[in-house]
Design a protein around this ligand. Structure first.
Ligand code: ADP
Ligand code: AMP
Length: 219
C-alpha cells in the first residue's frame, strides 16, 4: 500500500496531481484544505472558527487539522493515501508519522513539487474549481471545453476560492516558507523526499510522479 505526501506551495499543482492519482491508481485523496472548506460550507462550529483564518491566508491550528486526518485514517477508507496540503508544520509531520505507525502504515514517498513564485501567482490568479465534483481548472492553461460547464460532471457550479487573491496569496506564501518549507529537510533526512519539476506540463509532472511511485523500494 502506497501512502504519499504531495508537498509544495499554494498553486504548485498538488490537487491537480492528486485527482489524477485517484482516477488512475485508485488512491484516496486527503486534502485538509478541502475538508476545511467543506466544514465551512456545512456550517459546523469548526468551519465557523476557521473561516476568517483561511480567508486571511494563515494556517489553522495543528490540533484541528491533525484531528481531521486522524478521523479519516480511522474511517478505514481505502488504501494508498495521498496527503494533499498536509502536513504543513513540523508538529503536523511528527503527528502524521505517529498516526501512520499506529495504523501499521508507512510513508512511501514525499513528492516535493518545485514551482517558482512568479508561476504560482499566475496559477492562483487563474484557478477555478467545480463546486460539485472538485475538478480543478485554469483560465489559460486548463479552461473548460464549454464555458461555464464542468467537463467532468456537467455542473454549472464553477467557483473561485475566496483566498485566491493577491493579498491572501502573499500571506500563504510567507506561511509556506516559514512553516512548511522546513519539511523538505525533514523528509530528506528520512530518505523519502523526491523533488519533481512542477513547472512542467500537467502530463509531464504526472509522469515524474509515476516514475517515483513505480520505482522499486526497499522493504
Ligand atoms: P495546489 O493544490 O497545489 O494549490 P492546484 O492543483 O489547485 O494547486 O493548481 C493551481 C492552478 O494551477 C490550477 O488552476 C491548475 O489548473 C493549474 N495547474 C496545475 N498544475 C499545472 C501545471 N503543471 N501547469 C500549468 N498549470 C497547472
Ligand atoms: P489549501 O486548499 O491546501 O490551499 O488550503 C487552504 C487553507 O486551508 C490554507 O491557507 C490554510 O488556512 C488551511 N489549511 C489547509 N491545510 C492546512 C494544514 N495542514 N495546516 C494548517 N492550515 C491548513
Amino acid at each position: 500500500m502506497t501512502d504519499i505526501i504531495l508537498l509544495g506551495p499554494p498553486g504548485a499543482g498538488k490537487g491537480t496531481q492528486a485527482q489524477r492519482l485517484v482516477a488512475r491508481r485508485g488512491m484516496v485523496q486527503l486534502s485538509t484544505g478541502d475538508m476545511l472548506r467543506e466544514a465551512r460550507t456545512s456550517g459546523t462550529a469548526m468551519g465557523r472558527t476557521v473561516a476568517a483564518v483561511m480567508d486571511r491566508g494563515d494556517l489553522v491550528t495543528d490540533e484541528i487539522v491533525i484531528g481531521l486526518i486522524e478521523e479519516n485514517l480511522q474511517s478505514g477508507k481505502g488504501g494508498g493515501f495521498i496527503f494533499d496540503g498536509f502536513p504543513r508544520t513540523l508538529a503536523q509531520a511528527d503527528a502524521l508519522g505517529a498516526l501512520l505507525e499506529r495504523s501499521g502504515r508507512r510513508l512511501d514517498a514525499v513528492i516535493e513539487m518545485q514551482v517558482d513564485d512568479a508561476a504560482l501567482v499566475k496559477r492562483i490568479a487563474g484557478r477555478f474549481t467545480c463546486g460539485d465534483c472538485g475538478e480543478v481548472y485554469h483560465d489559460d492553461t486548463r479552461p473548460t471545453a464549454r464555458p461555464g460547464i464542468c467537463d467532468k460532471c456537467g455542473s454549472a457550479n464553477l467557483q473561485r476560492r475566496a483566498d485566491d487573491n493577491a493579498e491572501s496569496l502573499k500571506i500563504r506564501l510567507m506561511e509556506y516558507y516559514k512553516k512548511t518549507a522546513p519539511l523538505i529537510g525533514y523528509y530528506y533526512a528520512k530518505g523519502v523526499l523526491h523533488p519533481v519539476d512542477g513547472l512542467a506540463a500537467v502530463d509531464d509532472v504526472a509522469k515524474s510522479i509515476a516514475d517515483v511511485l513505480d520505482r522499486p523500494r526497499a522493504t
